[in-house]
Design a protein around this ligand. Structure first.
Ligand SMILES: [Zn+2]
Ligand SMILES: [Zn+2]
Length: 296
């Protein structure tokens, strides 16, 4: 299986259009450091691709990746979109795919409800433009995708509620464990995680590669910068640094590669020469860039 990181930044991208924090300023001043918003594409055979989350940058992301370019008859290698939650930075791109002849969408009933007219309305709007075939994602159930590629969603407990939450509790946020039946390779995509509970650890362990929430370096990163009143954890994201941060917890997990994704524009690890980046290097942990490919 091949996974390609289409976008490695959290909502707003890096730099964020209205931000002049030190990291955004540095990213603006150097070439080649900008990142688009969080999404990955996965394929068993490089012919049929599945997106996990559809970011507001999806059009640029598809253009930047020849693997997703259309065929002569206007069909495309894009098979379906899988969603981890109903946040706008993971779902707005669905509206930009409205020219599709039809779209297959994998989401939990809770996420689907939040995207309906009762919630953000993204799904009901999209359905006015193209037929959407919804496949229910049930945490714990193995789903066959294509060509020996399968996935299993798992619940990610979070106290953060999407702005348009429609009320359903179970399945509001999920992560995906992807398996290539032929190679036996497994990979976990977890762009939003508030706390590494024992149940989550079980889902993550023994994967060859973990792509995990790297939103904030410090828990109070946005508070210190005067950009928000809430901590990283309060926004549903486990910080990297600190006693209970992911940096302290991840080394005890049995995983092959650990790659941070979904970095907020304020996170110093976006800069290759930041001291925080050296700390990750020393632990053998990686930071995703748009275009990074992982083969398992
Ligand atoms: Zn996000
Ligand atoms: Zn910024």
């Amino acid at each position: 299986m091949l996974l390609r990181v289409l976008g490695s930044a959290a909502g707003g991208g890096s730099p964020q259009w209205n931000c002049t924090c030190p990291v955004c300023a540095a990213v603006r001043s150097r070439a080649g450091l900008a990142r688009t918003q969080s999404s990955v594409a996965v394929s068993a055979d490089r012919r049929r691709w599945f997106l996990i989350n559809a970011s507001p940058d999806v059009r640029t992301q598809i253009e930047a990746f020849p693997g997703l370019h259309p065929h002569d008859d206007r069909t495309t290698p894009l098979e379906a979109v899988l969603l981890t939650d109903a946040e706008l930075d993971h779902t707005l791109g669905l509206l930009l795919l409205r020219e599709a002849r039809a779209l297959r969408l994998y989401a939990t009933p809770a996420v689907r409800k939040t995207l309906s007219a009762d919630g953000s309305g993204i799904l009901s709007t999209l359905e006015r433009y193209c037929p959407v075939e919804w496949r229910a994602v049930i945490p714990g159930d193995e789903l066959a995708l294509a060509d020996g590629l399968s996935c299993r969603a798992f619940d990610v407990p979070s106290s953060k509620r999407a702005r348009f939450e429609a009320g359903l509790e179970h399945g509001r946020v999920v992560g995906y464990r992807l398996t290539d039946e032929r190679s036996g390779g497994t990979l976990v995509y977890l762009p939003g995680v508030q706390s590494l509970t024992p149940a989550l650890r079980v889902e993550i362990e023994d994967s060859e590669c973990l792509l995990i929430d790297g939103t904030c370096w410090r828990d109070d990163e946005l508070v210190r910068l005067g950009l928000a009143g809430r901590t990283s954890r309060e926004m549903g994201h486990l910080p990297i640094e600190g006693q209970d941060g992911s940096l302290a917890q991840l080394p005890s997990l049995r995983v092959g590669r650990t790659i941070f994704v979904h970095m907020n524009n304020t996170n110093p690890i976006l800069l290759e020469d930041a001291p925080e980046r050296r700390i990750l290097d020393e632990k053998g942990m990686e930071v995703a860039m748009d275009g990074l490919e992982v083969q398992v």
